[in-house]
Design a protein around this ligand. Sequence first.
Ligand code: FAD
Length: 431
Amino acid sequence: SISILWFRRDLRLADHAALYHALKSDYPVLPLFIFDQHILDKLPKDDARVTFIYQTIEDLKRELQQYGSDLLIKYGKPEKIWPEILKEYDVKGVYTNHDYEPYACERDDNMAEFLTSEKIIFKTYKDQVIFEKNEILKADKTPYTVFTPFYKQWHAKLNDFYVEAYPTQKYLKNLLQIKHLPYPGLYEMGFEKRKLDFPKISYQNKLDDYAKKRDFPGLDGTTHIGLHLRFGTLSIRKAVKDALEAKSDVWLSELAWREFYMTILWHFPHSASNSFKKQYDKIKWQNNEDEFKAWCEGNTGYPIVDAGMRQLNQTGWMHNRVRMIVASFLTKHLLIDWRWGEAYFAEKLLDYEMASNVGGWQWAAGSGNDAAPYFRIFNPELQTKKFDPKFEYIKKWVPEFGTKKYAQPIVEHTFARERVLKVFKEALSNL
Ligand code: FAD
């Protein structure tokens, strides 16, 4: 008889809620990871995140082998894989961490039903956030839709208890002793290996100057840990604890933005694909495909926009200030539906997080909860003057900037501004 720990977006052994509880169960623990076809089938074959996950999973497997155990790795659809596992092993309990995106919630509801029907315990734990779902609510028990009061309560509630690490190390001896389980190759699953430099978990040296540097894309002032929070190679409790110790309040509040957007998505799942404010679905987007292509490729003739898109295409990451500028440009200057931009980011960002991405895009389009009013339109030139005054960032990503080779602006700023104001006003006139 065994317990199973099902890894999903929590790919580490240290400070892991579900692993800790599994190890304290009555049975030895077999760790499992499923390469989920429902997710993989939608991704391009050269998706860099799949390479990152694959490498991380192999590391995890090696680490578990050092404890005399192994990682069971499967490829397929969870609803097909699980009955097979139950035939192979005498499973008494399944332990896993909460997951909040719409697909994951549905998958776990189905799992709960299936395992219960098989008389197997299914236990899930909070792990990827400090406060989840219904832990931060207004006095009337409804969710916050504005960040500042959310954060006030989030911060007031935070104490040592919530950042204490789960001492999994002490119990790793309770892993199932098993040898050399075979596993599928990356190519067998239809993916290519991408050679990208994935960011390392090393942010301590950034925290002191974070507040001063974070808004300037030419300075490497942010921590690049999004990818590690996304796949759980870094525990959020550790990150928050480090923020508190370094007294880096601004960085702490950024970690809380992540939870704010997760809470919003959990309470308002429609906002994944519809405007949070319904009236914004009436906007008559222009959706010009050639202009969209120029934006994707970084050929709009607006240097700060092009620099951002090229950074994204080449590295899988873009600076936050520039994410705001390119998102505003796509929706306001080019009048292209925010969902097109959201989907492009979803495909390219290593740190892609549905809640934050949808939140960021709806904020830029003006359709989100707590968004900038629609008439506030970023002026790319002024943004450049303020945040990249010496064109350091622009020159790095757009080498032809300032030469004749550089593209002409795809649209004139004043014209674009007046056009978007008219279109938005028409859609929202009955507010
Ligand atoms: P740091 O500045 O060092 O911050 C540390 C961590 O805090 C980040 O890794 C992230 O987990 C969290 N964080 C910081 N800012 C935000 C924010 N505004 N909202 C939510 N969480 C935040 N972030 C994602 O993690 N995934 C996305 O898919 C994503 N899409 C975005 C799309 C748009 C249009 C915009 C405007 C922002 C988006 N963001 C997204 C938020 C933000 O840009 C990134 O989190 C940040 O740039 C990542 O870089 P970093 O790891 O160096 O962050």
